[in-house]
Every structure is written in structure tokens, then in C-alpha cells.
Design a protein. Structure first.
Length: 485
């Protein structure tokens, strides 16, 4: 950016013809002139809309503090290679700026020379898009990130976070979320090229006041002129989470209240079966057997409901030990042997020798294997094959950057694959949710995989599924290796 010749400092025609934005402020910081280029850059009709404003109010407070100290120490100029100005309708405009101090008479005046930053010059369509009323009035918070910094936010993003666009303009997205999510967000920011598709996850946002807000964050990578941008949508799900908590508390309360009468009915059925066994015909014995089986199934459902509520309330404690996954697999397969034999299934293990133990609760991990293997058996065709594979997780794998994963810890990955009909694509993202069932008329209430996910995540692990219709399903989960064993 060129310096302005002194003799043309107040030549408005000359200044208005410049391709750079220019403003001039008096000793009090009040802008007395702004040229047409600056007005266009800040989306004003003309420079008169800028005249009268204090130039310090158009810049981030952190930059102003540095500027003041610099000029107080005697500096004649200050360069801002990457900053923001607040334009019309509080629009955040990325710019480069040079501010010079000039003595006129006996007073210090200031002259600012401004050019657009790289972002607004890259793609005019994006610039017009972020300025649109659609973006500003969106029900979700929206921000755009470039080079790790927030360069645009809409009004809703300000409302959700509690920060103004000026404050957000000097912040990184990872500062807005709870510490447990920062590793993942930092990776989004620093390595956006690794995330080639839309990424969506629930996070806890830290409001300016310090309170936490449940939000769903959706990150969309954008490629513009060889630059990596991130478009972020922030959806406040606080009310939804509160409703879920209320539902969970209600289900837990009802489940506890049902336990006593169901126990009495179960005991009565058992007593009847024992005392009247010799006086019942085959049809009556069959009905009694069905009643016992259904009562057992109902009790298992209630146990599942209570366990889910305990997990969500954080009341489930793990008895962590060094666990050999081979032992857990053996116990699980033994308990399911009759079902495996009945369908003439083949179980193939691909497990490396001298497998290190994981840090886990053996009873809870057995439940994970029982559920996943039971599902694999259920959906496998006659004479089909079920594969159990265990391997080490690559230290650079993106999954190790997920929230809840232990840092600087080795992990094992377990994959259980069947040859069943596969899972429809629309269920893959929600199959681990509560009360979700692939078969709407199937048995159960859709809590098995929700419990599996909760147990795995309590172990600082992660579980996911991959499936193609007609080609079976693969459930994978990771668990931390027990250190020092």
C-alpha cells in the first residue's frame, strides 16, 4: 500500500479515485473523511456514513490496545496484515490496514489505508452470500473460518455464543467449546483438507457467561481458489436435550415402579408351574411356558431401561481391570454356542498373537460382545460366516482425535462382521440411538446397541458401523490398551 502525498491529504477527488480505502481521523479519533472505496468495502452508500465514527470502534479491541501502546511509545505508523473492520449492519470485513500518525498543527491526526483481505477477493459469490439476509436471519448460528480464525458470523451465532461479531473476529472456534471437544475442533481448523465431507457432532458450547449449551455442530469444508475454508453451522439443541433428560428420568421412575409387581407375577407363575405341573395338559403347559418366557423378556427390557438411565445420569461405575479380550470372546461364544450350532454358522477369528490386555470392566465388555455377536447370529443366513477381527489402531487414525478418546494411549480395534442382509443407509447414523430398531415389528425396544455404545464410550472408546445392503454389516469399536502390564 502506497503512502499518501502530504499535499493531497485533503484532496477528496484524488482520495476518492484511489483503489484503496482511506479514512482520516482527528486527534480525538473521530473520522472526518472516508473515501468511496472504503464505503464500498464496508457496504455503505458513501463515505458520509462513516464520518463521525471513532476509528478505534471499527477495529477489534485487542488490535486497538496494541495500536495505542505503539503510538504512545512514539511509533509513526502501524501495520495490521490481517484484521477486521465492522461495516454496515455490523458486518465483519476482513482487511489489511496501515495506520499512520501525522502531526497537523500541534495535534496528532491519523490516516488509515485499507485493502480487502484475501478472502473477500477470492470469491465474490461467497462474499455476497455471507452478506445476504438469508444468512443473517438463519435460525442456526453460522460462521466461516479461514486460517484458523473466524472471519464471518451471522446474528444467530452471536446470540448462541453471547459474543459480538467484533469479539468473535479475533477468536478460534476451539475456544468456544468445552475442553473435551477442543482436540477435534483444533484438527478441523488446522487440517481441513483431511475432512472431505460434512462432519456433524454434538458439542457443549461455552457461552460468554461460562454456562454450557448443548449444540450440534456441522462443519462443511469449502475449497475456493486453493484455499481451505470451513463453513460451520451451530444448532442449539438445549431444549431437545432437556426433553431427553426428562424422558429418561420418567422411564427410569416407571421402570423402578414396575419391578416389584412384575417380580410378584413372575414368582406366581413359577409357583404355579411347580405345584400344578402334574395336573396341566400339554396346551396349558405351553401357555405357562410362554408366560414365563414373556415375563423374562419383560424383565430384561426393564433392566435395560434402568441401565440406560443410570448411564445417562453418570451413575454407572466401571470395575476397571486388565482384560484379555480373547477370554471375553471365549465366554461369549460359549454362551451363544447353541444358537451358532442351530444355524450351522462358522466363526472365524483374526486376532494377532500376544494381544495386550485392554483397560476395561470384564462384565460390561462381555455384554458388548454378547449383544454384537447375538445380532450377528440373528441376521446371518444358515451356514454363514461371522468374523471377529482385532488389530492395533494406527496412532494417526482420525478416530483417535474424537472427543473422549484418551491422548497418548494405544488402542485396539475390534470388528465383528456378518453376512446378513445389511443395514439401510438411513439407519446407519442413528442405529446406536435409544429406541431405534431397523425392524419396526421386531422384538425388543431398541436399547441393546444404545447400551453397547454407552459402555464403549464409558471405556473412552468409540463404536461405529459400516454396511451395504445385501453384503452384511461390520460393527467396529476401539478400546484403550492397559498401560504398564
Amino acid at each position: 500500500m502506497k503512502s499518501l502525498p502530504s499535499e493531497r491529504l485533503f484532496d477528496s477527488d484524488f482520495l476518492n479515485d484511489l483503489q484503496e480505502g482511506v479514512w482520516i481521523a482527528d486527534s480525538h479519533g473521530r473520522i472526518v473523511f472516508a473515501n468511496r472505496t472504503l464505503a464500498r468495502l464496508l457496504t455503505y452508500e458513501n463515505g458520509n456514513h462513516i464520518v463521525g465514527k471513532n476509528w478505534r470502534e471499527l477495529l477489534p479491541p485487542s488490535e486497538v490496545a496494541l495500536l495505542n501502546r505503539s503510538f504512545e511509545s512514539g511509533a509513526a505508523s502501524y501495520t495490521l496484515p490481517h484484521t477486521h473492520m465492522i461495516g454496515n449492519n455490523a458486518r465483519v470485513v476482513p482487511v489489511k490496514m496501515v495506520i499512520k500518525r501525522k502531526i497537523i498543527g500541534r495535534e496528532n491526526w491519523f490516516i488509515g489505508t485499507v485493502v480487502e483481505s484475501t478472502f473477500t477477493g477470492i470469491n465474490r459469490e461467497i462474499d455476497a452470500w455471507v452478506s445476504s439476509q438469508v444468512m443473517e436471519n438463519a435460525v442456526d448460528g453460522i460462521c466461516i473460518i479461514e486460517n484458523g480464525q473466524i472471519i464471518y458470523v451471522n446474528r444467530r451465532f452471536e446470540e448462541i455464543t453471547g459474543y459480538s461479531s467484533l469479539q468473535l473476529g479475533r477468536m478460534s472456534l476451539d475456544r468456544l467449546v468445552a475442553p473435551v471437544y477442543r482436540k477435534t475442533i483444533t484438527q478441523f481448523i488446522e487440517e481441513p483438507h483431511r475432512f472431505l465431507t460434512t462432519t456433524r457432532q454434538e458439542v457443549k458450547l461455552q457461552h460468554r457467561t461460562g454456562r454450557e449449551i448443548d449444540c450440534e455442530l456441522q462443519v462443511v469444508p469449502l475449497e475456493q481458489a486453493n484455499r481451505h475454508l470451513l463453513l460451520c453451522y451451530l444448532h442449539d439443541i438445549s431444549e431437545l436435550k432437556q426433553a431427553e433428560r426428562m424422558r429418561t428420568e420418567f422411564v427410569a421412575m416407571v421402570s423402578h415402579d414396575l419391578r416389584a409387581p412384575l417380580a410378584a407375577i413372575r414368582e406366581a407363575i413359577s409357583l404355579l408351574a411347580d405345584t400344578a405341573a402334574g395336573r396341566l395338559d400339554d396346551k396349558q403347559r405351553r401357555f405357562l411356558s410362554i408366560a414365563q418366557e414373556e415375563m423374562d423378556r419383560l424383565n430384561r427390557m426393564i433392566d435395560n431401561l434402568i441401565e440406560v438411565s443410570r448411564m445417562e445420569a453418570g451413575k454407572l461405575e466401571l470395575n476397571l481391570k486388565a482384560v484379555d479380550l480373547n477370554d471375553i470372546i471365549n465366554i461369549s461364544l460359549e454362551s451363544l454356542a447353541l444358537l451358532i450350532t442351530k444355524k450351522n454358522l462358522k466363526v472365524v477369528r483374526r486376532i494377532p498373537p500376544r494381544l495386550p490386555p485392554v483397560a476395561g470392566d470384564p462384565d460390561r465388555l462381555l455384554r458388548v460382545f454378547n449383544n454384537l455377536l447375538d445380532n450377528a447370529i440373528k441376521y446371518s443366513p444358515e451356514s454363514g460366516t461371522i468374523q471377529i477381527e482385532i488389530d492395533f489402531v494406527d496412532p494417526e487414525a482420525p478416530v483417535l482425535s474424537e472427543p473422549g478418546i484418551l491422548a497418548n494411549t494405544s488402542y485396539l480395534k475390534v470388528t465383528i462382521t456378518d453376512q446378513g442382509p445389511g443395514i439401510p443407509a438411513e439407519f446407519l447414523d442413528r442405529i446406536f440411538g435409544k429406541f431405534e430398531r431397523v425392524e419396526p415389528h421386531g422384538s425388543g425396544i431398541g436399547l441393546g446397541l444404545a447400551i453397547v455404545r454407552s459402555i464403549v464410550e464409558l471405556h473412552h472408546g468409540k463404536i461405529w458401523v459400516r454396511s451395504t445392503i445385501g453384503e452384511g454389516a461390520s460393527f467396529s469399536f476401539i478400546l484403550p490398551v492397559k498401560e504398564g502390564v
